[in-house]
Design a binder for this molecule. Structure first.
Ligand code: HEC
Length: 467
């Protein structure tokens, strides 16, 4: 498995690959967390109904369930499958390692998901005709299975950030129960409950058959269900505390974007938590559909920010210490600097005819292999904008010393010749793609690039090195 494997990857034009997968992931996570929390909330409402604590619980539950099925089964499943489709087009190497290491965990996760689907469908189809105990049993099965699927997937996702001992031992359980496993599981479980509770507040407002007093009571029940949100700041701190140190630094100042997103998440969560605890629960405030929608939008923002931070903080890795975001293994960098990252790549550049010279075609291949996961040439996070205005030598040096230019980039993993091709490509792009372009082959420049590459070394910035 140590041979570098090249996969055909797709190009998403001006939309950066990382953004495509991140954007989709955020929707999927939000929907999936709604599905899981929704199951728990309904089991809670069924229990309230059976205890005689809430006369309308059963009515609301059946209405809620229709939404849950529609949203979680249909859109949740579609975005879930879409995640697989985009990730295999964007980062097949990462998925490859995940599947080869964790296939039994994935299989188990799918088994749980199946149980969730079957229990959910059975409830949807026959729920109204069943007696209370069977209804509760089905809903509990649904929630346990849903939460179980989170449990399994959480091990794999958190392993990407903190694989810990697994890196040395490849012990599956050491990788699975890694440093961020528990904080992330608890954090997500609370988030599931909050999303579900807010959806409940929205749905009771759509039900014309309910009196205002009913709605107030029902909202109060969901507020009680959401109370674990009080623990969110502590759990968040615990989660952040378990981050690797350099990742924590990115999100607490070193990267402005990530720091902003983290603060956005903290701010939005605090607003929701404050409203739920003080407003809905303590003061028994009524909440109308518009407010509930607003809170849900905030919850979506908090989820989006949180996922962005979690994914972003892992840079330059998709699997820490094992695989860089651009699918290059740290162990291969030194060799690729000699052999080149393009020489063994069997897949041609798309529309090669658009480039006037062979060198630019090569540059496009270097770009695809090393930069395209996080940059575009002229769209999102475009190299044209980031380095187009630099002088030629600045461009060469900062790419040669990539991991020191910004610590969340992997070291450059190609020959001086490839680096020059990439720089020429960016210059050609910045010059608005003229029809002719001179090929550069200045031995002195290549020798200088080689010296810069040597100075930069082949380790990631996170490994220290004191610059
Ligand atoms: C793991 C993701 C990732 C990879 C891979 C990556 N970059 Fe970056 N790069 C970034 C991020 C994020 C920024 C910060 C953008 C900003 O500050 O707006 C950045 C910034 C830059 C900058 C501007 C640096 C500065 O200080 O202004 C340059 C130049 C650059 N990248 C070149 C490259 C090149 C060339 C490659 C491929 C050889 C590459 N990057 C690969 C994520 C990456």
């Amino acid at each position: 498995m140590n041979d570098p494997v090249y996969f055909p990857v797709n190009d998403f034009g001006p939309a950066m690959k990382g953004i495509v997968i991140g954007g989709l992931g955020i929707f999927h996570v939000f929907l999936a967390q709604f599905a899981i929390g929704g199951g728990m909330l309904m089991a809670y409402f069924q229990w309230l109904a059976m205890r005689g604590r809430e006369p309308k619980a059963r009515l609301v539950l059946d209405s809620y369930f229709r939404w849950l099925v529609l949203v979680s089964f249909v859109t949740g499943a579609i975005t879930g499958v879409a995640m697989w489709f985009t990730s295999i087009q964007i980062s097949p190497a990462t998925i490859g390692v995940m599947v080869s290491e964790f296939h039994w965990v994935w299989a188990t996760e799918w088994l749980f998901f199946w149980v969730e689907v079957i229990a959910g469908y059975a409830f949807y189809r026959y729920g109204k005709r069943l007696d209370d105990r069977t209804r509760l049993a089905l809903l509990v099965t649904y929630s346990v299975a849903g939460w179980g699927s989170l449990f399994w997937i959480n091990g794999i996702l958190s392993w990407q950030l903190t694989p810990g001992e697994w890196v040395a031992t490849h012990d599956l359980w050491a990788g699975f129960f890694n440093a961020t496993f528990w904080p992330s599981l608890v954090y997500r479980t609370i988030a599931c409950g909050v999303i579900a509770g807010l959806v409940m507040a929205l749905i009771v407002n759509t039900m014309g058959e309910l009196e205002r007093e009913d709605r107030r009571r029902l909202v109060h029940h969901s507020a009680r269900f959401m109370l674990p949100v009080i623990a969110m700041p502590l759990v968040g701190a615990w989660f952040l505390g378990a981050f690797p140190e350099d990742s924590r630094e990115w999100v607490t100042g070193a990267s402005v974007a990530m720091t902003l997103f983290l603060n956005l998440t903290i701010g939005a969560s605090a607003l929701i938590g404050g409203y739920v605890v003080l407003g809905l629960w303590k003061q028994r405030l009524f909440i109308n559909g518009a407010t509930a929608t607003l809170l849900l939008a905030l919850a979506f923002g908090a989820t989006a920010g949180g996922e962005f931070v979690r994914e972003g903080a892992r840079k330059p890795f998709t699997i820490r210490e094992v695989l860089y975001s651009n699918s290059i293994r740290p162990a291969d960098v030194a060799r690729l600097r000699v052999e080149g990252c393009t020489s063994a790549d069997p897949y041609p550049v798309r529309d090669a005819a658009q480039y006037p010279t062979e060198q630019l075609v090569k540059g496009a291949l270097v770009f695809r292999n090393q930069c395209s996961i996080c940059h575009t040439l002229s769209g999102v996070n475009a190299l044209e904008h980031l380095m187009g205005a630099w002088t030629l030598d600045q461009q060469r040096m900062n790419v040669a010393k990539l991991q020191w230019t910004k610590g969340f980039m992997p070291p450059f993993a190609g020959t001086p010749d490839e680096l020059e091709a990439l720089v020429q490509l960016v210059r050609w792009q910045s010059a608005d793609r003229p029809e002719t372009w001179e090929t550069s082959h200045d031995p002195a420049a290549l020798a200088q690039i080689r010296r810069w590459l040597e100075e930069a070394g082949t380790s990631p910035a996170s490994a220290g090195g004191g610059r």
